[in-house]
Design a protein. Structure first.
Length: 105
């Protein structure tokens, strides 16, 4: 869950907890939100009945999550290359100067 959504969730619970329809803690709010969404999915995709139980869920990122992860890794590699390349050029230039000094001697 993105940190920004967690922050919104915490703030919503905190600022509405004393309202008539507020939630006294995060667990109550999360349970209500999950129950509402699961009921919607059951109504929409299973004639309003609970889905059959499953023994095991798929693990790993969603397809969209895998794409996001690949982009993040590519960006990190690119950033690392950008920080390494100037140092390599500096070292190579220094090595060339040293080699020239050795040839002069």
């Amino acid at each position: 869950m993105p940190p920004s959504l967690i922050g919104r969730l915490r703030s919503a619970q905190h600022y509405t907890q004393l309202q008539e329809d507020g939630y006294h803690n995060m667990s109550e709010l999360v349970r209500a939100a999950v129950e509402e969404r699961v009921s919607y999915l059951e109504k929409t995709y299973n004639n309003g009945k609970p889905f059959p139980a499953v023994d095991r869920l798929r693990t790993g990122p969603s397809p969209a999550g895998a794409v996001r992860g690949a982009r993040v890794r590519a960006r990190k590699r690119r950033d690392a290359d950008e920080t390494v390349q100037p140092r390599l050029r500096t070292r190579q230039a220094g090595a060339g100067e040293e080699q020239g000094e050795q040839e002069d001697a």
